[in-house]
Ligand binder design. Sequence first.
Ligand code: ADP
Ligand code: ZN
Ligand code: ZN
Length: 818
Amino acid sequence: MQNFINVILPIPLEKLFTYKVTPEQATFLQPGMRVAVPFGKSKIYTALVHSLHNMAPEVYEAKEIHQILDERPIVNEIQLQHWQWIADYYMCTVGEVFRSALPSAFLLESETLILKNEKAEVDEGALKDDEFLIFEALQHQSILKVHEVAAIVDRKNVLPILNRLIEKNVILLKEEIYEQYKPKLVRYVKLGTNYQSEENLELLLESLTRAPKQSQVILSLFQLQATVKKPIKVSDLEVASGGSRAVIKTLIDKDILEEYHIRRDRVEYDGNIDSADLKSLNEYQEIALVDIQAAFKENKTTLLQGVTSSGKTEVYVKLIEDCIQTGSQALYLLPEIALTTQLIGRLQEYFGEKVSVYHSKYSVQERVEVWNNIVVQKPKAQIVIGARSSLFLPFSNLGLIIVDEEHEGSFKQFDPAPRYHARDAAIVLAKLHKSNILLGSATPSIETFNNARTGKYGYAKITRRYGNVLMPKMEIVDIKEQSRKRRMKGHFSERLLEEITETLEAGEQVILFQNRRGYAPIVECTTCGHSPQCPNCDVSLTYHQYKKQLRCHYCSHLMALQESCQACGSSTLDTKGFGTEQVEQELHELFPKAKVGRMDLDTTRGKYGYERIITAFEQQELDILVGTQMLTKGLDFRNVNLVGIMNADSLLNFPDYRAHERSFQLLTQVAGRAGRTKKRGKVIIQSYNPYHQILKQVSTNDYDEMFKEQLYEREQYKYPPANRIIKITFKHKEYNKLNEAAEWFSKGLRNAFSGNVLGPEFPPVARIRNQYLKHVLIKIDSKQSVSQVKLNIKRIEKSFNAIAFYRSVRVIYNVDHI
Ligand code: ADP
Ligand code: ZN
Ligand code: ZN
């Protein structure tokens, strides 16, 4: 009897592949272990064992595996089921899910590029012979492919050696080159160890009677410690004691005080902070908690709708606490961008080192470590906070999933496949684990709220901000009127300028929101009307003034700004529209004394780019922060009292059925950054269209009205939640071929689904990176079987692919596209 395994390969082919194994290998192997296998003429892949059996494949001769890579499964049965669901539902292959689920270090293959880790201090003596050979080779050659490594150590099976070198930090994989940020150290002080006892302390205070400044500092330190119960920053002590840096320094030099540092952005818990007690919930939070727990008892997915700053996080914390008490694992999912050290810090204060963080900006080593900790259920990984990819971690005992900011569009993966929605995939994961799941938001998506309204989901709400802080006061300013009367200064209305002036004078901070980056989206010649276009995409180039460049936001193409028009040669160039860079520049002229920061894609690159700006704003090194929608995500600043929306119209006029829902969410979330502590905050919304119903709903905080109107429209025009949609994108570099292919495919779709097919149509930007795009939308009503529709589509695709001329046209499925 022969032994075989079926494996998942990380490639977009539908089926599993069969390989031959020896009887010894067969007794050792289990589903969920990795094996290195040959594929095609010379490729090596890391594959995942799916099942073991004794049936030789009929149509091909099974090859032998190269070797086994794991000692125990690193993927479990529930994960395999979950991946299969994702593949079926989102119309991709399990191989594609596998590739995106595992940290890339787990997926070495013949084409993987290996580099030496420049930052590592390698102890050469600790390397084994074969490891040393590779280390040596990398001193001479900066990049090696896996098969070149095989030649160096003269054997086929090198993945285990490479895995060891990754673990030892000696090598990096090509896509893993990330910035190493020297984090900002914050100085803290505490009383020197010699003075911890009452007795010595008394002696100390006595000895300082003739140094009043010094004893004042010591007393202030006590007072601070009594009130804040947290490490004391040197800067806070300076303020509290009215003392000077010099006095504190003297005390440190005399060892009376001891100085230490905590890295602000440290995500690893260093145990230096005593873990804080959970906050006790106020009555509104308490009611919400009880409602949630009741819904959990009925095994319902549950929505917590709580206005901004109502303290949703504290409710989550209580649920997490309950979950880990029972020994189960908890997963806290957030959109990538909302995963700030602010929040991570808050959780670590409560749960200490039980918290692990998992997201794409982390290095391979960090991700592999979290994965392995979860496989063996280390207490360290009992609570995982992460972005959408943390859904794929090897949980075996999940008791609770929290999806915070559930309305966020960025939970949907856009490219590459699997194009899954993390919220929806999380609901399925919870079902598989029989775990509880809570969706949280101040502005739930229409779909989720609809599910709560109809009773499919449980529902809890908090309508008041914590501490009874009032919702910010909203004011809509008509900038059409203001422009007509020539009252605008740049893009600022008089009202906005007044409020900024007042806020700055009161020593408070301002947030300004403009949903475009760069200086201006269009440069135009006023003589002939020409505006520079991207050569690779059908879109105007955005002007970035700081570097005097024109850039394409779709393909990153850039060129220097020309002095004169490239079409007619005249120098009458002008700009249209405005982005964050222009707002920032105008602020420098209008408020020369204010310190202005900018937060958009251009200023937040790198692992810590985002953190750096948040920290600066938090520590009030900046007075005004200008930014794009990055500003909206779950930030909790204490001193912001004014939020300005520079122009609400570009959001409202976006050509998409979700534009109004999204505008409501964005504006409400940005507004929610104002006045989160005692004082009532203020929000100014500038618009050319001040009577727009969405602006009214935002300013009166009327979610229900917004929901009612949007639901009505969705039903009228057959959009979700009334219907489901599948978007099919066709992509090819030849315009004519694309047109013909898309038309052929759509004809098949129309035959199958008659009136529920829209398109094919070119999107507003019809060519990106030299590829033309065409979309088709299929609307599926509640009476149709979604899986049947998908089968029909796949059937049409099969005939499509049988036509040689069309085969090179890419067909991309996006189920529940948003
Ligand atoms: P949300 O996530 O709903 O926007 P947060 O959870 O960030 O709100 O809470 C807003 C602020 O109120 C935070 O600074 C938080 O520490 C504080 N807060 C919330 N609930 C409590 C509580 N029960 N006790 C003390 N402080 C709380
Ligand atoms: Zn011109
Ligand atoms: Zn481009």
